[in-house]
Ligand binder design. Structure first.
Ligand code: MG
Ligand code: MG
Length: 273
């Protein structure tokens, strides 16, 4: 069941979203060749502890409970990578995805960062993914149904020469991290018929395009969490929690001061640094 949020509830979610934005600043500061993904995750965990918020990812049930406060997915890893002893190297890209609950309300967002200097086509992949998230946020102010936004997202990515991951989608968000509806980054006839939803004030969704350089197909790794591209080519992932208000879309996980509607998608520059 899809639950709409009141403007007071959206204001409370903005506070959670700001803490998520701050957590991303802590993480982004640390991204460099030589650091381990585990070290970055510990810094974010310390930050959440200090701010007395509840990390959303740690303990998420699965074959093994998710063990960290961030998902960190490097290069061909698409989403749900587990931070640990992996050392980042010059030319890598790392998707950092995290979320927290503050006073009962959730925020969720992700950025993909270049580690040092990355290849030109990899930078284009990051730019395309950040760009398609920004496009979706803007379109949420002018389209009536999500299917129309999703169809334009898919066209944008195709025109970049890349592919949209279809196995994973965005989601409604509120008191829980994952609520109805499902929010795909592409539009199939069956979605339009059976699952499409109206873009109306009070809707709050996490929009999170995952874009692959090669095949859209993904495969799970043996750790029960990490999803990689089937062909080993790189992937990128950006996410914001976005509310529709009477004044238009509002990015709840954007930088402080970005509370004007249709504001740019956030404090970090489009492609990370
Ligand atoms: Mg996320
Ligand atoms: Mg999410």
């Amino acid at each position: 069941m899809l639950t709409l949020k009141s403007s007071r509830e959206i204001a409370a979610m903005r506070k959670a979203g700001l803490v998520v934005w701050e957590a991303h600043q802590v993480a982004a500061e640390l991204v460099r060749p030589g650091i381990t993904t585990g070290e970055i995750d510990r810094a974010v965990e310390d930050f959440f502890l200090q701010r007395e918020v509840v990390p959303l990812f740690k303990g998420v049930p699965g074959k093994v409970p998710f063990p960290a406060v961030c998902c960190m997915s490097v290069n061909d890893e698409v989403v749900h990578g587990i931070p640990g002893s992996r050392v980042l190297r010059e030319g890598d890209v790392i998707s950092i995805d995290t979320g927290c609950r503050l006073k009962g309300w959730c925020g969720d967002s992700a950025y993909t960062h270049p580690v040092g200097q990355v290849a030109e086509d990899v930078q284009r992949l990051l730019d395309c993914t950040a760009g398609v998230l920004q496009l979706a946020i803007e379109l949420m102010g002018s389209r009536n149904r999500w299917g129309d936004v999703a169809a334009e997202m898919a066209t944008y990515v195709r025109d970049c020469g890349f592919t949209v991951v279809e196995n994973f989608v965005g989601h409604g968000i509120g008191r829980n991290m994952h609520e109805d509806p499902q929010v795909p980054n592409f539009c199939s006839p069956s979605f339009r018929r059976n699952h499409d939803f109206e873009l109306e004030p009070g809707l709050v969704i996490a929009v999170e395009p995952m874009v692959n350089m090669g095949t859209k197909k993904v495969r799970p790794l043996a750790d029960h969490w990490t999803q990689s591209t089937a062909d080993g080519q790189p992937s990128a992932h950006f996410e914001h929690t976005v509310a529709i208000t009477e004044q238009g879309p509002l990015v709840l996980t954007a930088a402080p001061g970005a509370d004007e509607t249709s504001a740019p998608a956030g404090g970090l520059a489009a492609a990370g640094e």
